[in-house]
Each structure stands twice: as C-alpha cells, then as structure tokens.
Ligand binder design. Structure first.
Ligand SMILES: [Zn+2]
Length: 442
C-alpha cells in the first residue's frame, strides 16, 4: 500500500497575510507545482522533478512511446554532448549561437549540450552508410534531456534551460516517402493528444533556423500562452495568428483568436543536414544521394506544464487523467473519531485492496494515512493536488452497507460529491473514464 505520509513531497505552506515577494513565479503551473511539493528549482531555469511529478512524467513518456512506436519508430539514445564541429558543418552554430550551451573538454575540444540532434543523426547515418534504399524509410527517436541557454528562463517548466524532449528523425529516399512518414507521425501526435483529452491544434509554421520545406507547430490553447492562433468557429482549422486572415481558408467562416502554448513541432527537412554531413543512401540504380530527412519534437516537460496551465484553476492543479501522479487517493478516518474506533485502519486497507483489483488501478492508488489531520484539511490538500478521484472514508462508512464520499475533480461539475457504496464506487471507477472534460475546448 502506498502511503502519502511516506511520499517525499515538500509542501510549501504560506502563512495567511504573508507578503509574497517571489517575483520569479510567473505562471500558474510553476506556482502550484512548487507549493504542492512536486518540483523544486535548483538554479535559474533548472528544476528537480520530485517523486509525484516524476511519476506523471513517466506516465507521459509511456504514452508518447506507445504512440510514436505505431509509426515503426525505433528508440535510441544519443549523447547530450555533441562535437561542435558537426554544427559548424551545417552552419547552425552561428545561427543559434547564444542559445547553445558550449563547453570544452581537457583536450580543448569544443562541445555543445544538444538542444536537438539533427546533426548527430545525420553524422550517424553517414558513419554507418551509405544505407541501401531497401533500408529506408528509417525512423528513430529518443526521449532525453535537452539544453538551451535561454536568455530569460521563465514560467517554470514552460521555458527551462534543461528540459525533457521527444525527438524523432526520419530518413527517406524521396520527398513523397518523407510525406508519408510525416502523415503517420501526424496521426501519432493526434492519438497522443486525444488520449490526453487535450485540444491541441496543428498549425502551419515557418521553418526558421531548422530549414526544410514543410513545418507545423502543435499549439495547446491556454489563457497564459504567449503564442496566438486563429481557430475557425465552424471547422476548427487553425493557423498561427501571424499568417492568418479574418476568415477561415478552408470554409470561409469566421475565426477566433486564442492564446496558446507550442507543445510540439514537426518538419520535413530535405537535405539541409544530410548533404553537408554526408548522410547518403544508394538508390536502386545510379550513384549514392543524400537522404531526405524529417524530424519531430514534443517538449515533454513543457507539455506537462502546458496541460496544467490549460486545465488548472488558480488554486488547484488539474491533470489530464492519464498522467495524474496517482489516479485515486483514499482519505481514511481521523484518529479518535467514532469511525476510527469502529473501523480502524483495517477498513481502509480493505477498501484499498478492492479498488486496486480494478484493471489499470493497481499501483495507482494512494492512501492519505495522516490520520492525525482532519478529513477536511486532507480533502482540501487532495483537491489542490488534483487527484482525479478522491474517496473519503468518513462518518457514512459506519452505515450499513458502508458508504463513501467520492469526488471526481476533473469532471464537468467541479468537485461534485456523491455518496457510494463499495459496489457503486467500483462501478463508477470502471465506467467513469469517459467522463473526462475535454480540456476547455473553446
Ligand atoms: Zn473553417
């Protein structure tokens, strides 16, 4: 049984009437993650993920992995340290110089801590190549920490200097083949955002420093977002505000402007990296040619923080159900109460066991065993942390049959309480998963 009293969760309690001067806290997700003991800053733009946040990120990584691998992508791990000369060959070291974290080893060789790995992949393909056309398309991906020397890191995990990212790379014989992979990857992104119940919009985007011919950003609407998208009121087609018209290009209906956060980016790169780094393949006839590359990114910790920005209130965290640190918390009776003397801790253990037998919930249930605290105080804290389901074993547990208070925090009606017997509770938990709100789809 997982007990809340054993979880490493350094909560910050701000005394009433305290004057808060912490001007570094500039976003809702940053404030709540810090105060609820999920994340701690170590230095500007650098964060420790504490156990509850780490659990959520683990769940998110798993979802991403499962979605991305439907495209045939194979997982690899590339070193974060990248020889700077690779970036000199593609000219990017000059293009994004100040944002790169660079360093030298003891032999005076220059490295950078990679913010992305197009050069490393192209170098790998050159090293093992030339590949045969029969080996293509090849799609590889990794989920690893990336680095960016942000001029002004802010909003916590939304703009950090070290962050977790999915990056996938495709190698192809032709632009047609690259487009096919691109479509597959687009479908995988959509599957991921559907599973999170997040209304993420795919918008056409300029390719910028990355180069290439086709590019899309993936934008999640959130009031605190620094980007803006125009979304058609009729067909939901979206575009970046910078290139948008007042009416929708697809259907002519009006558009509305939404603030949003970029959570992913996809590109068809052409030969911008394969050509200078010599990543070639041998076609069915004729001499070898540079491969056509595509690449795909999702900011993992950024997506987590963005979803919290989109779903949470100013006072309470709200998670996509699939990535809440724990799906359910049980709050047991207060020590010394009538129900404590009558039922004791054993009743909570039995309740816990029954819930854990439900598919998908074993290992995902936490028990708030801080019995010295009132139920009300623990309920308030559980609501603030945003466990999707809170089950309270209070006075009504003395009824025959016992009944429990059940709160579902991310359903349409905020924190609706209902009384349920064990059978009703198990029934609710087995069937309740389609009742998620679709993240303020506007
Ligand atoms: Zn439209």
């Amino acid at each position: 049984m997982k007990r809340l009293s054993q979880i490493f969760q350094p909560i910050i309690t701000i005394p009433k009437n305290a004057k808060i001067k912490n001007t570094d806290i500039t976003s809702k997700s940053q404030k709540l993650l810090l105060e609820c003991g999920l994340v701690r800053p170590t230095s500007s733009g650098l964060f420790t993920l504490l156990p509850l946040a780490r659990r959520s990120v683990d769940k998110l990584e798993n979802l991403i992995k499962n979605c991305i691998e439907t495209t045939g992508a194979q997982r690899i791990s590339l070193p974060a340290l990248t020889p700077a000369n690779l970036w000199e060959k593609t000219g990017r070291i000059a293009d994004i110089g100040p944002e790169l974290v660079t360093l030298k080893d003891r032999h005076d060789k220059q490295y950078l801590l990679a913010p992305t790995h197009e050069e490393t992949i192209a170098d790998l393909l050159a090293d093992v190549g030339p590949l045969s056309y029969k080996q293509l398309p090849l799609i590889v991906y990794q989920i690893s920490n990336k680095y960016r020397d942000e001029h002004r890191p802010k909003h916590g995990l939304l703009r950090a200097r070290e962050f977790l990212m999915l990056d996938a790379y495709g190698a192809h014989t032709s632009l047609d083949c690259a487009h096919t992979t691109y479509q597959r990857m687009t479908a995988a992104y959509q599957r991921l955002f559907d599973q999170l119940h997040l209304p993420v919009y795919q918008v056409r985007a300029p390719s910028g420093d990355m180069g290439g011919s086709v590019s899309h950003e993936w934008q999640l609407p959130a009031a605190s977002g620094e980007d803006q998208i125009h979304v058609c009121v009729s067909c939901s087609q979206a575009s970046l505000a910078s290139e948008s018209q007042k009416s929708c290009q697809a259907c002519g209906a009006n558009t509305k402007v939404l603030s949003s956060i970029e959570v992913g980016h996809t590109f068809i790169l052409g030969t911008k990296y394969s050509d200078p780094l010599g990543a070639h393949y041998v076609p069915s006839s004729g001499p070898s040619e540079p491969v056509i590359m595509s690449c795909y990114g999702i900011g993992v910790t950024r997506l987590l923080a963005s979803s919290l920005e989109a779903l949470s209130t100013d006072k309470a965290l709200r998670w996509p159900r699939a990535i809440a640190p724990y799906s359910l918390i049980i709050i047991g009776p207060k020590e010394g109460s009538k129900e404590w003397s009558a039922l004791g801790e054993n009743h909570v253990h039995q309740l816990h066991e029954a819930i854990c037998r439900l598919p998908g919930l074993d290992n995902d249930v936490l028990v708030d065993d801080r019995h010295q605290m009132t139920i009300g105080k623990r309920l308030m804290m559980a609501d603030r942390l945003g466990y999707p389901t809170i089950v309270v074993c209070g006075k009504a547990a003395l009824d025959s049959p016992p009944r429990y208070e059940v709160y579902q925090t991310n359903t349409e009606v905020d924190a609706t309480v209902r009384m349920a017997t064990l059978d009703e509770l198990l029934d609710l938990l087995s069937n309740g998963h389609d009742k998620d709100i679709a993240a303020n789809k506007q």
